[in-house]
Design a protein around this ligand. Sequence first.
Ligand SMILES: [Mn+2]
Length: 325
Amino acid sequence: MNLRPPELSTSELDGAATFLRDSDEVMLTSHVNSDGDGVGSCLALAGLLRSLGKTPSIVLQDVPADTYSFLEGFDAIIQAEESATRTFDRVIVLDCPERERIGKAEHLIAADAVLLNLDHHLANQRFGDSNIASEALCSTCELVFHLASHMGLEIDPATAAQLYTGIIFDTGNFRYSLTTPVSMEVAAELVRRGARLDRIADRLYNNATFGSVKLVGRAIESLELHSDGLFATLHLTHQDMQLGDPEAAVNYGLMVGGVEVSALLKEEQPGKFRISLRSRERVDVSALAHQFGGGGHARAAGCRLEGTADEVKQRLHESVNEALT
Ligand SMILES: [Mn+2]
């Protein structure tokens, strides 16, 4: 079954396929604080490379969330700091728009290494020696599926589960605007190949800690509206953050009718905030996050800001107002 979208050219896929076939010992990495798509795509591509007789190593700056530990190969992921004694001269960077965002995994890349970059972010900088960065794809996992199909590689149930995980993570269960008919068809094909959709959804969405669920309540308590109800903020203090990390709380801002942008301020260190941004339709929050050194997608993005909570809200508020005019 050929599901490939027209935006993905045969020559691009051929280039990536040649890179994979010419690799032997190869490092796979993704952006810092890797998410479901980064982890899923690294694990899936590693499995596909092994099926070609290659020796892939997944190296990430941060140990991924335990949420993903049910995926095959999770335990073999190497944390960048632990193994900086060796370097790789062939590297595949997945789901990462800028080379800087791989963080400490950079230490394991040889100075003259050849890089393949596989991604779907809007602002991808094409920093690889070969690149596929198509915004027509819902996720890097979808891209890995098209690449595997193009190469005629078999997708076994473990690979199907890894790819399906990234697709539902990045599409918010097929709700965000980057979901295409093709991404749904790819997901259906992965279910056909053995991805257990009930089990995967349960692991991803019903697996939070007690503290994180309680924290959603605190975040909702902190909900404020600005700009005549167009901009919502939620704020978790440094003290709150000791209980957990309720990323999904940002979505409660958008549940209020009329809100165009929702921002969740998480004070990870005193005076240092990690900001999650979500938008309905009018504002490209990846552009907004980019103003503050962050990035992401048009409807979901993030950045970091320093100051008091009020100062941070004010700066975000000004940028949102600018974006709305
Ligand atoms: Mn992604």
